[in-house]
Design a protein around this ligand. Sequence first.
Ligand code: PMP
Length: 305
Amino acid sequence: MQYPEWIWHNGGIKPWAEATTHVMSHGLHYGSSVFEGIRAYATPGGSAIFRLQDHTRRLFASARIYDMAIPYTPEELDAACHEVVRRNELRQAYLRPVAWRGLGGFGLSAETPIDVAVASWHMGPYLGEGALTEGIDACVSSWQRFAPNTIPAGAKAGGNYLSGQLVAREARRLGFGEGIALASTGLLSEGAGENLFLVFDGALHTTPVSAALLNGITRDSIIRLARDAGIAVVERDLPREYLYLCDELFMCGTAAEITPIRSVDGRQVGAGRAGPVTLRLQELFFGLFDGRTPDRHGWLEPLRG
Ligand code: PMP
């Protein structure tokens, strides 16, 4: 990875190399961090950040679950996001706001200061070149997601990604593009870092937030784009075998965008390539950024100059 020049850290922009933290920071030992992943796209009207305020709202919600008082306002962090893209002269970017328990005492319940950084860098397709068009081969992981009332799946917290790492690394080790996890109920949950959509008879089916998943902002965008276009969307519990029976299957997330899945556990899904509903949703979603889809929900925030 080629590092960008600038990063925002604890209140201001500084050179990338100077944004350091102490090795005894609470977040490093106990996973006590909350973060976001956001994309900025190059649109015909200039660069724009996608659903920034919704991401910032989720960052504060994640922090609230863990009693972390982020010492900045949402408006200050939004401004930091704009500034770090602009200063790095990025037209297209992935943004990573992160807040963590810093240095200030030992022990799980220590009241430490909360450190905050916002990084931004250029990022292409997350699941590899060609993933968006050709699709990926996925597998059901041998690892389950955490059970309800253990670790809250609805928080985007650093510690949750120990689960995601087990799922993703197992999948890659076995030669798959990504892993899909079941919830502790045995029902479908989500991908290592992506939500899931299955298509049956032209309708979209997605797993509910009660299935140990992160309530993705891309998931929400897809639900709204689909409904705007007259495509039915159902949120429901789904058993594993529906992965093998559906007409189409895709993953979505800020990083993964809309990635078709052409096989699961070595079984071909549908025709083994992106089907018509997936293609239509890709067209609607990516159309937001090239101007083909009107931004009727006000999701694009032009980069501040
Ligand atoms: N689930 C998990 C576990 C994730 O890490 C992500 C990526 N943030 C998603 C789903 C998708 O969420 P979003 O669309 O908000 O990026």
